[in-house]
Design a protein around this ligand. Structure first.
Ligand code: SF4
Length: 259
């Protein structure tokens, strides 16, 4: 049940299950979550019903300065990260200067930590914006969420804002022409008296069909690892995740499992 917010713009480095030694960048406020989804499993908690505190986004300049400071510190300690990861208290691509921030990050990475990849963990709700789409094409790990091939499952699990369209999202993901990694969180349980389970045969076979359309360079599958805001959700076992992974592999994709 307890969830947490990142209290800094630059956080870590942390050892990420999926990415290696990861230096995090949180483009959202440090005191409140801001997201276009409201996933029932979100480690940052549910979205506030109304914003009691002002949601102030860090400025592009502040982010650049803080990232430079941290990379210089890590360089001095000879402990540069494997990856610089945009994650944090919500959806990073909602930041109005996202594209410029990606350019700054590429510049700093090239100067100070040239071996580090740049990753964005996103829910794909802003990729219809050309500048976001183009910025994501400049980085190494463009990681986009697709938790189900059924809109009703996504509505239950991810609680997207009202503009969400699965069809449009899939079309936009396909437009990356393979320069995209699909991330899918598998979970079982219940919510609002409905069964939650995106691991059923119907779910997996339809989801693999969408992967075949999108043609991602990699598929990351994982399950809940920490507390979730509602306590009626269960982790999917390593055995079951591996069974999904075998099917993804047999469909011709590179797959990474984090149990
Ligand atoms: S998309 Fe990510 S940050 Fe947004 S609610 Fe879902 S898990 Fe949380």
């Amino acid at each position: 049940m307890p969830t947490f917010l990142f209290d800094k713009i630059i956080f870590g480095p942390v050892k990420s299950r999926r990415l290696g030694v990861s230096l995090g960048i949180n483009l959202l406020p440090t005191n409140v979550k801001v997201c276009s989804f409201d996933c029932i499993y979100c480690e940052c908690g549910r979205n506030p019903e109304k914003y009691e505190v002002k949601a102030v986004l860090p400025s592009r300049m502040e982010i650049k300065l803080k990232l430079k400071e941290k990379l210089l510190e890590m360089q001095g300690e000879n402990q540069l990260p494997d990856v610089i990861t945009f994650a944090g208290n919500g959806e990073p691509t909602l930041h109005p200067d996202f594209a410029g921030i990606i350019d700054d990050t590429i510049e700093l990475r090239n100067q100070l930590s040239p071996k580090a990849r740049i990753a964005v963990l996103s829910n794909a709700t802003m990729i219809h914006k050309m500048e976001v789409f183009q910025a994501l094409l400049k980085i190494e790990d463009n990681i986009q969420k697709l938790d189900s091939a059924f809109e009703e499952t996504i509505k239950l699990l991810d609680c997207p804002n009202k503009n969400f369209s699965l069809q449009k999202t899939v079309d936009q993901l396909t437009a990356f022409q393979g320069k995209v990694i699909i991330q899918t969180l598998f979970v079982r349980g219940s919510y609002k008296e409905q069964t939650v389970d995106n691991t059923s045969e119907k779910e997996i076979s339809a989801w693999i069909k969408l992967l075949e359309k999108i043609k991602p360079s990699q598929v990351m599958i994982y399950t809940i690892a920490r507390d979730t805001p509602i306590d009626t959700l269960e982790k999917v076992s390593a055995h079951d995740l591996n069974a999904v992974a075998i099917r993804v592999k047999n469909a011709g994709f590179v797959v990474q499992v984090s149990a």
